[in-house]
Ligand binder design. Structure first.
Ligand code: G
Ligand code: G
Ligand code: NA
Ligand code: MN
Length: 253
């Protein structure tokens, strides 16, 4: 059976799951947000990483219904957690194919209305590669999403394109520093210089900064010292099932 048909069947059979990874305020150590990360619980092969099926889903267009399912599931879950007294935001990844859907902003609006989640509780994560293809229509799409009240985060920042001019042209709220810059940062190394510069630049453009892939206390201390706003990574927690994430919230970590 080709992966294309297997993916469609998997959605019908409810084999996909959304995992949640905490995003933490660097200064307070409190969880302020969660990133939704999809997983495929295959009946024979077990848990399959999105790195293995997102490319095929993107190619076939299956990413559109799958992405909508993730968005709906994550927004509904966050609404439940907010009602339980946890005022968090939810970050959801959008793929290139989804971003180019003409009806994207009306679908997002519809999902917000259906789930009852406030628009400003939703952050959409986009990668740099989406911005270069057709700048004019990308800006228009972002503006439609911003008009709904959702926040926009630029994912994997620093790995894509060298032109920084788009940072002033596109209405982003947050820069997400790619984890390749965070690993092994210690004062004096090249990554440290890059991360310091990104944080400063982002703040002078009134953008928030989140560091991903934070794995050690030393990395966290570095981010604290240089006033990075948020962090995400195995040091705090890996992506968790909804039940495990809720446990973490209840423990007040
Ligand atoms: O969670 P993990 O490290 O396995 O994710 C691997 C990759 O899959 C990451 O680049 C992540 O952005 C991507 N990914 C995870 N969930 C989604 C999703 O719901 N939609 C899209 N488009 N990408 C996702
Ligand atoms: O590309 P994106 O940032 O959306 O994907 C996030 C991916 O990073 C997920 O697959 C998640 O499992 C992974 N991830 C999260 N925290 C860490 C970490 O501390 N170290 C590493 N190596 N990967 C991480
Ligand atoms: Na992401
Ligand atoms: Mn990333």
């Amino acid at each position: 059976e080709p992966i294309k048909t297997r993916l469609c069947n998997a959605l019908e059979r409810e084999e996909f799951q959304v995992y949640y990874q905490p995003q933490v305020n660097v200064q307070t150590g409190k969880i302020i947000s969660a990133e939704a990360l999809v997983r495929w619980l295959h009946p024979e092969k077990g848990l399959i990483s999105p790195a293995e099926f997102i490319p095929a889903a993107e190619e076939t267009g299956f990413i559109v219904p799958l992405g909508e399912w993730v968005l709906q599931t994550a927004c509904r879950q966050m609404q439940v957690w907010q009602n339980a007294g946890f005022p968090l935001r939810i970050a959801v990844n959008l793929s290139a194919r989804q971003f180019r859907q003409p009806e994207l902003s009306s679908r997002v609006a519809q999902i917000l209305a259906e789930t009852g989640l406030e628009a400003n509780s939703l952050e959409l994560e986009l990668t740099e590669s989406l911005m270069v293809e057709d700048a004019e229509s990308a800006i228009a799409t972002l503006q439609h999403l911003k008009n709904l009240g959702v926040c926009i985060s630029l994912d994997d920042f620093g790995t894509g394109y060298s032109s920084l001019s788009y940072l002033t042209q596109y209405p982003f709220d947050t820069l997400k520093i790619d984890r390749c810059f965070i690993s092994k940062i210690t004062d004096g190394c090249t990554n440290a210089a890059i991360v310091k510069a990104i944080i400063e630049m982002a703040h002078s453009l009134c953008l928030e900064v989140i560091a991903e892939g934070v794995e050690t206390e030393a990395e966290k201390d570095f981010l604290w010292r240089y006033k990075c706003d948020m962090m995400q990574g195995y040091l705090f927690s890996p992506p968790l099932t909804a039940a495990d994430f809720e446990q973490l919230l209840l423990e007040g970590k």
